[in-house]
Design a protein around this ligand. Structure first.
Ligand SMILES: [Zn+2]
Length: 106
């Protein structure tokens, strides 16, 4: 039984029919789509669990330093908070920032 199915599978691989090729192509596509969807899902979940990332302009310091190093001002990019909401976290709204009352004035 097993040898018969193996042989038929081998012969199918040796001379692939168009239907088999299409089936394999579709299976590859479905696998790829599922893989990409799983990656996006994991990323979105990670964005929900950890919605903030370090501000790229001030490196999470929240301030921009004068070249002398003595003076600084609040980073205009992140409003002095040193953190940025990740793009995926915007799907869930500003959630964690609600209680702060600082708000974003754009
Ligand atoms: Zn910043």
């Amino acid at each position: 039984m097993i040898t018969v199915t193996t042989l038929s599978a081998l012969s199918a691989l040796a001379s692939p029919s168009p239907a088999l090729l299409i089936a394999l192509t579709v299976a590859g596509w479905v696998t790829g789509v599922i893989f990409v969807a799983a990656c996006i899902g994991l990323w979105v979940m990670s964005c929900r669990a950890y919605p903030y990332t370090a501000c790229p302009k001030c490196d999470a310091l929240g301030r921009v330093k004068h070249p002398s190093g003595k003076y600084w001002r609040p980073c205009p990019h992140c409003g002095g908070e040193g953190q940025r909401l990740r793009p995926g976290a915007r799907l869930f709204g500003t959630g964690h920032n609600g209680g702060k009352g600082k708000g974003r004035n754009r």
